[in-house]
Write a protein that binds this ligand. Structure first.
Ligand SMILES: [Mg+2]
Length: 215
């Protein structure tokens, strides 16, 4: 937390900026992760909005230790090219957004898996810049956007990331998009000022309206 993220290689134009999360927004995470768990003889039991404590061995239904779950998440990031697929209409919607705005992917993933994610996004036709960090997202978005007098939007499935961005960049449009999974029913709800959408078509409409109103 609080570390300075290296944005030196990020070049933004003078168009609006859309900062977009990746897992369970652009790429499916939870569904393919469950497939990955199954391939290893494990199973997710969606009792709460947590992976730790909710992954059990299919053989004896015993929960895996937290360290083992953390390692499984890292192993999944390493193998993501085999498992992860686009989330809904993310590819076509982001292509449309990219025609009128800068798009930057801001993913909460250890930076050492950037190369795998980069290849996967490129393969899907999503060549937008990718930044992987485990830092709080708000300060990173603020550092990225600076004081530019241009419209800004942030799309993410996690309520706490919207809190972080709202704290750092109050003028940012916040768009909450998430899978309709059983586990996500337990997810903390975003604050009322966060625009909740069900799919990428609705996200596209919200972004376009914001960009038109603040341009
Ligand atoms: Mg996410």
């Amino acid at each position: 937390m609080g570390e300075i993220v290296d944005l030196e290689h990020l070049r933004l134009s003078d168009r609006p900026l859309a900062v977009c999360d990746v897992d369970d927004v652009v790429l499916e995470f939870l569904t393919p992760f469950q497939g990955f768990l199954g391939s290893l003889g494990h199973r997710l039991v969606p009792r709460s909005y947590r992976l730790h404590g909710n992954i059990v061995s299919a053989a004896d239904e015993m929960p895996l230790a937290d360290a083992a779950v953390s390692q499984l998440i890292l192993d999944f990031f390493a193998a993501q090219e085999t498992w992860q697929t686009p989330f809904g209409d993310a590819v076509s919607a982001l292509t449309e957004i990219g025609a009128e705005a800068d798009v930057v992917f801001l993913t909460a993933m250890p930076p050492r898996y950037t190369e795998m994610r980069r290849r996967l996004l490129d393969r899907l036709g999503l060549p937008f810049p990718l930044l992987a960090t485990e830092s709080a997202k708000g300060p990173v978005v603020s550092q990225m956007h600076g004081n530019r007098p241009l419209p800004l939007a942030f799309i993410d499935d996690m309520a706490h990331n919207h809190v972080s961005v709202a704290d750092s960049v109050p003028e940012c449009l916040l768009v909450h998009l998430m899978p309709a999974s059983e586990m996500h029913r337990h997810a903390p709800k975003p604050a009322p000022h966060v625009v909740q959408v069900k799919d990428w078509q609705a996200a596209l409409t919200a972004l376009r309206r914001h960009f038109a109103n603040t341009a």
